[in-house]
Design a protein around this ligand. Sequence first.
Ligand SMILES: [Zn+2]
Length: 349
Amino acid sequence: MEEKLIKIKNAALKELATIKDIDEFKKIFTKYLGRKQGVLTDILKDIKNLGADAKKAIGQVANQVKNDVAAAFAAREKELSGLEIEKKLSENLVDVTLPGLPAGWQGKKNQAGHFHPSTQIQYELEDMFRSLGFLVLDGPELEFDYYNFEGLNIPQYHPARDSQDTFYIKDHANWLMRTHTSPVQVRALQKYGAPIRAIVPGRVFRNEATDASHEHTFYQLEGLVVDKDISVANLIAVMNLLLKGILKQDIKTRLRPGYFPFVEPGFELDINCLICNGKGCPVCKHSGWVEILPCGMVHPNVLKHGGVDPEKYSGFAFGLGLNRLVMMKYGIDDIRLLQSGDLRFLQQF
Ligand SMILES: [Zn+2]
């Protein structure tokens, strides 16, 4: 029996030395040390059935063999796991010196993401106005009633408040979601004083039903110029430069009187509808014209709220509907597409 044990031990150690991976290891482990049917396990079970003397004689050898084999298996297992890890590491080697891939999406490599069409136009406008010496400013979306209305010559009782369906904030009578980017006019005047040239691109909110040309959340680009001797002629010149620069085509514009409490005189600048070329469509409400640029000369009361002397300074302001401009530029006939998050739509730009 002793001989048999030594034989098994040698066979096990020999086989252990030839295997190459953890799968082979598992097989021979079961073969020799498997609980139910291992070669060594079986013979150790047989020892129990021997007589007391024989058991004593063989017991020590059996234990020694069992311990040696178990130790050899454990050592080999450790070695093989180490090799396994090294193998996996070498297969997944990352070459950090390779050039990067463009940001991919939808699992397609080499297909870079890009800016939303509204953002593209916003950045183009920012570049254009920076080249004309304008500051690009930002303002809070959660705004005080004072900056959204009061400071813009729209006091508490003024009916103009009704024309801007406003999201008010519960339990905070002085707070609201700004309905236009105009609050930054007063903020900018208070902060920088006159003279000033600034634009304010940003998100605004209206509590209204949506349709092909209305959204509850949309983008405007406010403009403000305050200096000595600024006139309507300056306003028209800048507006035409702006529209021509961004639409990159000849467009018809018309200026008609418009009422906004924070300008005097006030105008509506319309452009020829580029979706239907003036024939009439849902976007232009079948008029052939799209209201794109309310503008005017800054009201003296607004200058006063901004701490600027209206006797010395004058200026003009405009509020460009960024979404509408995007729609005109690309011929998009439904404003809701812009915020739909639909990749089939966005991939076209
Ligand atoms: Zn139209």
